[in-house]
Structure formats: structure tokens, C-alpha cells
Design a protein around this ligand. Sequence first.
Ligand code: NAD
Length: 254
Amino acid sequence: MFSLKDKAAVITGGGSGIGRAIAVKFAEAGAKVHIIELNADAAADTVHEITQAGGQAEAHSCNVSNQQQVLDVYNKIGDIDILVNNAGIAHIGEATTTSEADFDRIVSVNIKGVYNSLFAAIPLMKQKGKGVILNMASIAATVGIPDRFAYSMSKGAVYSMTLSVAKDYLADNIRCNSISPARVHTPFVDGFIAKNYAGKEEEIFDKLSKSQPIGRMGKPEEVAALALYLCSDEAGFVTGCDYLLDGGFVKLNN
Ligand SMILES: NC(=O)c1ccc[n+]([C@@H]2O[C@H](COP(=O)([O-])OP(=O)(O)OC[C@H]3O[C@@H](n4cnc5c(N)ncnc54)[C@H](O)[C@@H]3O)[C@@H](O)[C@H]2O)c1
């Protein structure tokens, strides 16, 4: 297993789904984990799971959309080796069925939230002379997915922020990559199915599962395994890359 011994890792949205699996995996690998969460109860749950297993974790209540909150929390943490920009929200809709309020909400969490964390964490990494950043993008960043206008737009922005940051901080020894999962079974997926397809939950779950040629959704732990590699020293040659983790969604759907 790759080691993150003595590294401090900040994980946004670490209270649920993929972020929680990454937090648990990183703590198992020896990192001190900082969970940045809107949902304090969920963050406390993850911290409990990690500390019960003998790991180190701390929860920080914070809305990633709020720059001052993010700056206050990250400056208080002070020492950051790894930043995982994972917090994100879903939205279903086309350009003409996406309200201005929904569009702004997606921008403020999925795009501005990532920018705020970069803005706060990169100066701390520069002081240390090194750092690793991992952004959670999506296959929706590069493939036309029906009914995901605002969400796809936001993940396209996450993908380009990844390239931009990887380029700008090469000389500072800061690596930056992204993972683009297809559907991963988390409360995020259950939530948007329940909200948008009431009464057809099973049918939609089945359809979304089969949209991966491998025949199922991914598991949060499968994303966490790749995240661990990308944030470890063994991935020291990897920067400016986006990794598909998609059960064949992009290349085998023909
Ligand atoms: N699940 C999938 O199928 C899938 C696929 C591709 C990409 N992703 C991306 O992976 C990431 C995690 O998804 P998930 O499925 O684990 O979601 P999830 O809903 O299970 O967890 C997201 C967490 O982020 C937190 N969060 C939301 N808004 C926040 C804010 N403003 N400030 C702080 N925390 C906030 C939530 O409280 C929640 O705990 C997201 O960026 C999502 O877009 C998910």
C-alpha cells in the first residue's frame, strides 16, 4: 500500500460518499486528515470512523463557497501537504430548464468552491516547497451527457482548473491532477434519483448502472484507491492528468 505517513491531507466534502472513502483510505495510509464539510454531523461520523480505527482526523465546519471561511479554516490548519477538492453537488437540467438560481448554486459550490480551496491552500504549499492537489471532475467534463447542462459545465471548469494549476506551479513542486468518475454509488446519486425521478427510482438506478459497459456503478473505495496513488510520492512524475475511472463509459460505449 502507498504510504501517506506524516502528511496532512485536506479533503473537502469528506463527510459522505467518495470524500469519506478517500478520508478513510488516506488515514489508513498514515495521513492526518482534515475534513472540510458543510454537514457537521457527517464530518463527525467520518472522524469517528477514522479515530476508532486508530487514525488521525479532524472535522472543520466550512462552506467551500465562502472564501473567508475557507481562508480562516485553511490558515488555521496551516500545514497542508495534500488537497482533495471533492465537495460537489448535482443538478439535472438542460440549458433551457436550468434556472438562474440553480446555475449560480452549481457555480458557487462546484467551481468557486474549488477555486477558494486552491486560493487558500496553494500559498501554504508554496511555503512548504511542495504539495499535491487532486480535483474530483467527472466524465461529464468531456462527454455530452443528457440533462446535465450546469453540472457538466462545472466539471469542465474543474478539468481546466486542473491543467492551469498544474502548469502554473510546476516550479513550486506542486502536482495537480483530476479523476473523472462515471457513476459511483453514493448518497449523491441516490439523492438526485430520489429528487428527480420519484416513483421510478429502481428503473433509473438500473439504467444508470448499465450505462457503464462493465454493468454496474463504481464504488467510492475504488475512487479512493486511485486517489491514494495520485497523492502518494510514488506518483511524483504525474501532473496535469485527468484519470477516467468509468467502467468503460467513455471508450467502450459503442
Ligand atoms: N457519485 C458519482 O456518481 C460521481 C460521479 C462523478 C463525479 N462525482 C463527484 O465526486 C464528488 C463527490 O461526490 P459524492 O457522490 O461522494 O457526493 P456526496 O453527496 O455523497 O458527498 C458530497 C459531500 O460534499 C459536501 N458538500 C456539499 N456542498 C458543500 C459545500 N458547499 N461546502 C462543504 N461541503 C459541501 C456534502 O455535505 C457531502 O458530504 C462531487 O464533486 C461529485 O460531483 C460524483
